[in-house]
Design a binder for this molecule. Structure first.
Ligand SMILES: Nc1ncnc2c1ncn2[C@@H]1O[C@H](COP(=O)(O)OP(=O)(O)OP(=O)(O)O)[C@@H](O)[C@H]1O
Length: 221
């Protein structure tokens, strides 16, 4: 066991481009401690989302490792990756990605139920803290963008993941709503002791996290 929550070493990723292979990540290494919040910044196309997807088990890497609490999500088998994605890691996207046919309460508990870790008391606490208690029977289309993202954050935290991955979580929100949503996410992430890796273009967001990592030319700058 390492003392870090996440240890990323020498990650490489090449995509097929129109004019041949393009190496997007060329030996990316960094670590994230338990309870630490880290902003992942860099120019458009620098590979931020690709790196986040590799760490989240949504994309494969060509080489390297990403150990989350000791388990390497790059080399683990499909079942191991699925287990990590159910209980240990959770991802928040820019496009809320709620399930339209489920109401707010069911969206919040969805992932935790899949992981066999649904806790009604914790769901109620999350709903209350996220200002959703009066909206539990509504469907996503009946909510504002800020409310939808608060539901997505509730869903992400319902299974008490150790690592939260966020890809431009406030990118679809106006600055004021984005600030509110970020504040709630940071408070809840901190209270649960999770680590947070957050892809962002926003100075405003990056400044509020503990540390920043910038990708440039396929490497940590
Ligand atoms: N599945 C794919 N196939 C081919 N190329 C891809 C694929 N996914 C990403 N890329 C390319 O990899 C590069 C990095 O993409 P990525 O989305 O990781 O960058 P980013 O830093 O998150 O960008 P942005 O800030 O614009 O969201 C881009 O040039 C993109 O076109």
């Amino acid at each position: 066991m390492t003392k870090d929550l996440l240890t990323v070493e020498h990650i490489e990723k090449t995509f097929a481009g129109a004019e041949g292979p393009v190496q997007i990540l060329n030996g990316v290494s960094f670590s994230l401690g338990h309870g630490e919040t880290l902003a992942l910044t860099g120019e458009s196309g620098s590979g931020k989302s690709t790196l986040l997807h590799i760490i989240g088990g949504l994309e494969t890497a060509d080489a390297g490792s990403a150990r989350i609490d000791g388990a390497d999500i790059v080399s683990v088998d499909d079942a191991g990756r699925a287990a990590l994605r159910r209980g240990t890691i959770s991802v928040v996207f820019q496009q809320f990605n709620l399930i339209p046919s489920l109401d707010v309460a069911a969206n919040i508990s969805f992932q935790a139920r899949l992981a066999g870790r649904s806790d009604p008391g914790w769901n109620a606490t999350l709903s209350e803290r996220l200002g959703l208690s009066d909206h539990l029977r509504k469907y996503p289309e009946q909510l504002s963008g800020g409310q939808q993202q608060r539901v997505a954050i509730g869903r992400t935290l319902a299974a008490r993941p150790k690592l939260v991955l966020a890809d431009e979580p406030t990118g679809n929100l106006d600055p004021e709503t984005g600030d509110e949503v970020l504040t709630l996410m940071l408070e809840l992430v901190t209270e649960t002791g999770a680590g947070l890796l957050c892809v962002t273009h926003s100075e405003r967001v990056a400044r509020r996290l503990d540390r920043r990592l910038t990708l440039s030319r396929g490497q940590v700058a």
